[in-house]
Design a protein around this ligand. Structure first.
Ligand code: SAH
Length: 220
């Protein structure tokens, strides 16, 4: 690729990012802080170079190992639902490309993210370094177990589909904390909001979504 092409990408990307933000607005995303972050964070860094030209389309894209970077609309929706009120410490399950964690890192004090595929972790961490995002901690583990040493969390965001809400994650949610999680099987899931109250949990169903499954164990 010539340096002329690189400049070309740089010049068009702000315009294409603005177009993405407009599309999210048109689809009902009205949280200005979330829109600002999505409009300024370079999503093309989170996908392979061969797919960089599609990074600002409102679509999920493959990131290798059978996994995907979520559709920007879903990232925006989940982030806005999670941050309905100020929350400092967030746990994400399913680091993947690192994009969702990076969006969160611009909005909260600290992000803890767990990923079960080692190869994805290395790439995500180099992206965090390149973007100077120093408030993200990554763990290689089965995220259904959460991150007990760092609990409780003010918010938990699960970016892979669970058959059932993992009990460990509810336990690691602070009183007043909120979890956003897709629940269902391979045919589709519904996005649920789970608020932990002093006397239990309150659940709300948002909309139908499609995520890769939350799997058990780890993988190199
Ligand atoms: N948040 C990611 C989306 C990645 S797709 C992004 O912004 O790019 C879902 C990710 O969840 C995949 O990387 C997959 O490996 C991971 N995953 C699936 N089951 C998991 C588990 N039990 N623990 C941790 N990560 C898991």
């Amino acid at each position: 690729m010539s340096s002329f092409d690189l400049v070309g990408i740089g010049m068009t990307s702000q315009r294409t990012r603005d177009r993405l933000v407009k599309r999210l607005r048109d689809h009902g995303i009205d949280d200005e802080r979330v829109l600002e972050v999505i409009g300024s964070l370079p999503r093309h860094i989170f996908v392979d170079e061969a797919l960089a030209h599609r990074a600002y389309e409102d679509t999920a894209l493959p990131i290798g190992h059978g996994q995907t970077i979520s559709q920007p609309y879903i990232v925006a929706l989940m982030t806005a639902k999670l941050l309905n009120e100020p929350r400092d410490r967030i746990l994400e399950i399913g680091t993947g490309s690192g994009y969702q964690a990076a969006v969160l890192a611009r909005l909260v004090k600290r992000v803890y993210t767990v990923e079960r595929i080692a190869a994805l972790i290395e790439r995500a961490q180099s992206r965090f370094r390149a973007l100077k995002l120093r408030n993200i901690r990554v763990k290689y583990d089965d995220g259904s177990l959460g991150w007990p040493e760092q609990a409780p969390f003010d918010g938990i965001l699960v970016t892979a589909a669970a058959r059932e809400v993992p009990a460990a994650l509810i336990e690691q949610l602070a009183i007043g904390g909120r979890m956003v999680i897709p629940v269902g099987d391979d045919d589709g899931q519904e996005l649920r909001i789970i608020d932990r109250t002093p006397d239990g949990v309150r659940e709300e169903r948002v909309e139908f979504v499609r995520f890769v499954p939350l799997l058990r164990g780890t993988q190199a």
